[in-house]
Design a protein around this ligand. Structure first.
Ligand code: SAH
Length: 231
């Protein structure tokens, strides 16, 4: 079944953006996924289309108004999960990405300015999702990254379904190093075991490398991996 993203934004023209290219672009043409945008500005109460106001309690910047955004959501929401992109959200993981890929409709609110009035988040039971510990200028960029991760898991998007199984994070380990031809480049050889044709040895070498790299770069993930093996 196809997946539709409903996107609340003040910049609808940003979509589909880079999702219109390559694998995700083809999947869009094929109807494997679709999107609709709701322009939050269309729900403003004044003729200037104001969507933001100064923060209560003072401080820099502007906040997206609860009444305008609330009206936009109330007029368009047809049920299903509703998320908001936000640096204070729960960090996006491959596990959440898998969950989202099994939905038929996912609604996403894209913040701008300093963020969204907390009352709308509460009123519509909106789950806040972060794509990492850094600050972007808008939720549209973050939403597109999340959509990209979800779309590539939809049946028929990737040529080789196997390729999503051995990737970084799928089993709490980062991916092993990859090589292709030429087998020698500027004096550097492809590790011999990969040319041996010995599947068991290749598999063992890759596992060993994955564990080593994960330990060096992401000790937090390695710990999760080791804990999962202990049960
Ligand atoms: N003042 C806010 C940052 C606002 S950035 C704070 O300190 O938390 C403006 C908008 O960009 C946010 O509302 C959100 O929609 C989006 N955004 C910025 N960084 C993000 C991140 N790491 N993950 C998801 N969305 C992000």
């Amino acid at each position: 079944m196809a997946l539709n993203f409903k996107i609340y934004t003040i910049f609808p023209e940003i979509f589909p953006g880079f999702l219109g290219y390559s694998l995700t672009g083809r999947a869009l043409e094929e109807g494997i996924w679709s999107f609709e945008t709701v322009n939050i500005r269309d729900y403003a109460f004044d003729k200037h289309g104001s969507v933001d106001d100064t923060p209560c309690g003072g401080g820099a910047g502007m906040v997206m108004r609860a009444d305008v955004l609330g009206r936009a959501i109330a007029a368009n929401h047809s049920g299903g999960r509703i998320l908001a992109m936000s640096p204070k959200g729960r960090p996006l993981t491959q596990q959440t990405v898998h969950q989202l890929s099994r939905e038929t409709e996912v609604s996403v609110v894209c913040g701008r300015f300093e963020g969204i009035d907390e009352r709308v988040l509460e009123a519509f039971d909106i789950e806040e999702v972060s794509i990492g510990d850094y600050i972007l200028t808008g939720g549209e960029q973050a939403a597109q990254i999340m959509f990209d991760a979800v779309i590539r898991l939809l049946p028929g998007v990737l040529g080789n379904a196997q390729s999503t199984m051995s990737e970084s994070f799928e089993d709490c380990l980062l991916e092993y190093p990859q090589y292709t031809r030429p087998t020698e480049w500027e004096g550097k050889q492809v590790p011999e075991v990969l040319l041996s044709g010995h599947h068991k040895k290749i598999e063992d070498w890759r596992k060993e490398q994955a564990i080593k790299i994960t330990g060096e770069r992401r000790p937090d993930l390695l710990k999760k991996y080791l804990d999962s093996k202990r049960v």
